[in-house]
Design a protein around this ligand. Structure first.
Ligand code: PMP
Length: 424
């Protein structure tokens, strides 16, 4: 039965491979925004941003199955799928970002972006921000500063990583209007580095902190400082890119900047592992002068058709627009809840990347960590899957598949309202 299977899981997997909830439901299948439990109950999935075009999208299933039955090989061979994907991806980015490297995950994309910056500049220094998560591989882990998600087992940070303050306008050192100071401070820190850095790397919209937008002008100031010193600007779009923010296809558009290197993954394959680094021809050439780059499965025909299908469906089904419309509706409703429930300190985010920050006290903004976990447990009993995030695990991160229907968004808000009203 399910409990016995869970015991076997916990005995076979390393303890660090934790699962949501102490008694998680066993999931057997998914479609759209829904997950189906082994005992038949249908859950509303407000957490899965990887399956952005909806769980088990038939177009991806068909494209992957067809390609897997036809040909799968590596990028040293000449085949159509990788060219189609790279052309489409480059077309989605502003000039001069038009050279694509393909990998298998977000961590790999970030790792490779760092490697590209090192090789292109002949330097090692990377400037990262606090409260960030960028992956689990050695280099992506080294720039992951979040105390909650950093899987760095050794607990040391290599000396090539320089950390500037998390530009978190809600609970950082500078709050609200004062948050405008983060940009000039980070720029000054970059100008003061004893040796010039290879790059500045951050999410262009603060996903890991729960969707807190960066202060206006932040990336403009920081990118200028790093470029003045001959370094590159890397935007990690793994979490917030590809239309989820609704108004913007890429997070960097919200800041009015164009980076030199962009990382993409997660929703790019709708669950099929694929990641990408997109950079300029000049940076790509400087990287290439170091030798060649090869990944056995990165950009394979199968992963390429998975990603190309996702990009086509995003466009054909108008999912960026849906993220805007449904996201605005959800945000307005959540702000309505905030007016009635004191535990909601703020509603962050844009489109279908929202954060409901739970606090014990609005004045001190003390994180309501235990409460957030209990509220997620209560929501599960009502058939809603949502999880807390951020350094204090007190932000309910709302990042469902972009196909979320209006009535499902309303259902989620009604359930959260009742849980907050009746106690947890
Ligand atoms: N960058 C960001 C911003 C992320 O949120 C994540 C994953 N949460 C990663 C990189 C790493 O991606 P992956 O888990 O696919 O390795």
């Amino acid at each position: 039965d399910d409990a016995a299977l869970l015991r076997r899981r916990d005995a076979a997997l390393a303890d660090v491979q934790e699962h949501y909830w102490s008694a998680p439901p066993r999931i057997e299948r998914g479609w759209g925004v829904h997950l189906v439990e082994s005992r038949g109950r249908v859950l509303l999935d407000m957490v899965n941003n990887v399956t952005a075009i909806g769980h088990a999208h038939p177009a991806v299933t068909a494209a992957v199955a067809r390609q897997l039955g036809l040909l799968n090989t590596n990028s040293r061979f000449h085949y159509r799928a990788i060219t189609d994907l790279a052309t489409t991806l480059a077309g989605l980015l502003p000039d001069p970002l038009d050279r694509v490297l393909l990998v298998n995950s977000g961590s790999e994309a970030v790792d490779l972006a760092i490697r590209v910056a090192h090789a292109a500049t002949g330097r090692t220094g990377i400037v990262a921000v606090g409260e960030a998560y960028h992956g689990w591989t050695l280099a992506s882990d080294a720039v992951s500063t979040s105390i909650a998600d950093n899987p760095n087992a050794i607990g040391t940070r290599p000396d090539w990583v320089h950390v500037v303050d998390a530009p978190n306008a809600y609970r950082g050192r500078h709050r609200d209007a004062e948050a405008r100071r983060y940009g000039p401070e980070a720029a000054a820190a970059i100008r003061a580095l004893p040796s010039p850095p290879a790059a500045f790397l951050a999410e262009p919209f603060f996903g890991n902190a729960g969707g807190v937008p960066l202060p206006d002008g932040y990336l403009r100031e920081v990118y200028s400082a790093v470029r003045e010193r001959g370094g590159l600007a890397i935007a990690d779009e793994v979490q917030v890119g590809l239309g989820r923010l609704g108004r913007w296809f890429w997070g960097f558009e919200q800041q009015g900047v164009v980076p030199d290197v962009v990382t993409v993954a997660k929703s790019l394959g709708n669950g099929f592992p694929v990641g990408a680094v997109i950079t300029t021809a000049d940076v790509a050439r400087r990287f290439g002068s170091e030798g060649s780059f090869f990944s056995s499965t990165g950009g394979s025909p199968v992963s390429s058709v998975a990603a190309s299908t996702v990009l086509r469906v995003l466009r054909e089904e108008g999912l960026q627009e849906r993220a805007r419309v449904v996201g605005d509706r959800l945000r307005t409703a959540l702000e309505g809840l905030a007016a009635r429930h004191g535990i909601i300190g703020a509603v962050h985010g844009a489109g279908l990347y929202l954060g409901v920050e739970l606090v014990r006290d609005r004045a001190t903004r003390t994180p309501a960590t235990v409460e957030a976990a209990a509220i997620c447990d209560r929501l599960l009993t009502r058939g809603v899957v949502v999880q807390p995030t951020g350094d204090h695990k007190n932000v309910l991160k709302i990042k469902p598949p972009l196909v979320l229907p209006e009535d499902a968004a309303d259902f989620f808000v009604a359930q959260l309202d009742e849980v907050l009203a009746t106690g947890w």
